[in-house]
Structure formats: C-alpha cells, structure tokens
Design a protein around this ligand. Structure first.
Ligand SMILES: [Zn+2]
Length: 69
C-alpha cells in the first residue's frame, strides 16, 4: 500500500537561489577535490606519499580518460 495522498494546491516548494548557492559551492568544491584525486594525484602533483590513492581511483582515471600508463 502507498501512503501518498493527493492534496491539490500543495506543490513543490521552490528553493531560493540565495539558500541554494552555498550548497552548490560546497558541492562544487567537493567535486573539484574528487577530480583532483582522480586526475592529478600522481607523481609530481601527488600530495599523499605512495600509490595508494592512485591505485584506489585507477579505474576512475581510465573511465574519465585521464592519461595513466
Ligand atoms: Zn592506468
């Protein structure tokens, strides 16, 4: 059984851009950080010693077309 009820007059509530913008910036920063670790965490640009991060995201590198080996 479904618990949904049809209630005419109650639609989705719009979210103002002013409230949405900080979350969009935060999500963008997380995305940029993920792209860094997938695409540039290797060799001279590496922040973490060893190949652990590279090996962890290795399939993602190939999936996204970053040069690897
Ligand atoms: Zn590779």
């Amino acid at each position: 059984m479904s618990d949904t009820t049809f209630a005419p007059g109650y639609g989705p509530v719009p979210i103002p851009v002013r409230e949405l913008l900080p979350w969009a910036i935060f999500g963008g920063l997380l995305l940029m950080l993920a792209i860094y670790f997938v695409g540039a965490e290797e060799g001279a640009t590496s922040l973490i010693r060893g190949m652990y991060v590279h090996e962890f995201v290795h399939d993602g590198r190939h999936l996204l077309g970053f040069p690897c080996h």
